[in-house]
Design a protein around this ligand. Structure first.
Ligand SMILES: [Mg+2]
Length: 456
């Protein structure tokens, strides 16, 4: 399978819009540069993208283009590479803007909007795109179960993927919405590629291949079953209107300006059952979607941590794919199912930090890019330190909660308090004699009860 990491992947950002609904802010300044808590809006998105490892950017600029170019320059001050493509005088629509930049595109590229803050697992996005590509997919769309919360839903999913995306003809069956991050094959935007999307209905839109909405391409790809889905569960922020801008301003204050503690939760044995692996004849993490069984108390405990004022992050070692027991896709699918179940129960996890690595090749290893001596596999503290640059975390008041001694060692190395879940007579506890967790409890509900409430 062809696979590219974030550092080698081009990010194309649509920044040309006029920002009409924000006119009191955008009279003098393009939307990505609208000030939020002392910084231009897009700085916050760029921080996220750089955190995920992206380095190569192509900004598609139009309205007040020169201000964006002057502010970000070639990116070298930030250690990244930024190039620009001007939309020109005429408004081209999203598809037209990408087509116009054709000569600047790399063979595969991630496309997003410069007026949205989209906090997703971009590593998962890239993996799912390339995994899909190995099965003939030509694009990927991130989607969110919406229930018409933010806008009208426009995607129907079936058991295997996206059944239909249609932004023009919405039906009651649609319960997902396109989230705003996509990945495309460049060839879709060649003259020949675009010809393939012509039909009677959209011929005017596509005729010249100059001015068109990218939704035309997404719709056709969904009908042809050529667009992969990445289901995300966290809401997005955008600055399309003054009220949306204010909402984002409040969010920025909470997330970047004020410091809050976090609870890092190990997953298996803490939030869900561990399972008996017949091949290895031992207890193991779930390696199949149907093996994943969350504890009934998991959602309630997560809710409680959040009510007490903590971020909740997952910090989980999942070496199953690296060892060839399953595909990385399955590990991502399990997390997705869990997050969607939590959303249905009215709660969520702020971030999933999963180490899918393993230090050495195993007999059945297929996804070799997972083999590495990483800094994130517990007992190393990498998973806990990872959110440091995109959240303002008070580590002194934070906790690691786990059922293995490696969780406790990782927590201590990261400088947080630790809660061990388990039976004092177990093997892991014997190892714990020397390293003493802050608390020992029987289950995650007790962990949620034992930690103090943070008064803000
Ligand atoms: Mg565990």
């Amino acid at each position: 399978m062809e696979y590219r990491e974030a550092k080698d992947m081009q990010v194309v950002v649509l920044m040309g819009g006029l920002g009409t609904r924000l006119k009191e802010y955008t009279k003098e300044c393009p939307k990505p540069l609208v000030e939020v808590e002392g910084r231009p809006f897009f700085d916050y998105s760029l921080k996220l993208l750089m955190h995920h490892g992206f380095k190569k950017f192509l900004f598609l600029i139009g309205y007040r283009a020169e201000m964006i170019e002057e502010y970000y320059g070639d990116g070298s001050a930030l250690g990244i590479y930024i190039t620009y493509c001007y939309d020109g005088k005429e408004l081209l629509g999203t598809g037209g803007a990408v087509k116009r930049a054709y000569d600047h595109l790399e063979d595969d590229f991630l496309l997003m909007y410069g007026d949205s803050f989209m906090d997703i697992d971009y590593e998962e996005t890239l993996y799912r795109y390339f995994e899909g590509k190995s099965r003939g997919m030509r694009a990927l769309m991130t989607i969110l179960k919406n229930g018409n919360r933010f806008d009208r839903s426009n995607v129907i999913m079936d058991g295997t993927g996206i059944k239909l995306y249609d932004k023009m003809n919405m039906t009651p069956e649609m319960d997902y919405i396109d989230y705003g991050v996509c990945v495309y094959e460049k060839a879709l935007f060649s003259d020949e590629g675009l010809n393939g999307f012509l039909n009677d209905e959209n011929s005017t839109a596509m005729e010249t291949g100059v001015k068109f909405d990218i939704a035309v391409i997404q719709n056709k790809l969904s009908i042809d079953k050529k667009i992969e889905a990445h289901i995300v569960t966290k809401r997005f922020y955008e600055i399309g209107s003054p009220s949306a801008l204010n909402e984002f301003r409040e969010y920025v204050k909470h997330r970047f300006n004020e410091s809050h503690p976090a609870v890092f939760l190990d997953r298996d044995g803490v939030l869900n059952e561990i399972v008996y692996n017949e091949d290895a004849e031992q207890m193991d993490s779930p390696q199949k979607v149907e093996q994943f069984k969350p504890f009934p108390e998991a959602a309630g405990a997560i809710k409680k941590f959040k009510e007490k004022g903590y971020y909740v992050f997952l910090a989980t070692n999942q070496p199953g794919a690296a060892k060839g027991k399953c595909k990385l896709k399955t590990l991502y699918d399990i997390n997705t199912i869990f997050l969607e179940q939590l959303a249905e129960q009215g709660t969520d996890i702020d971030g999933v930090f999963m180490c899918a690595h393993y230090p050495s090749m195993c007999e059945n290893t297929k996804e070799e890019f997972l083999i590495k001596k990483c800094d994130c596999r517990k007992p190393k503290p990498g998973l806990l330190l990872k959110p440091k640059d995109i959240y303002n975390i008070d580590y002194d008041e934070s906790y690691m909660v786990g059922d293995s001694f490696t969780d406790i060692v990782a927590g201590q190395a990261a400088g947080v308090k630790t809660i061990f879940i388990g039976d004092l007579k177990c093997d892991a506890c014997k190892k714990l004699c020397d390293i003493e967790p802050t608390h020992i409890v029987r289950n995650v509900t007790e962990a949620a009860e034992i930690i103090p409430s943070i008064n803000i």
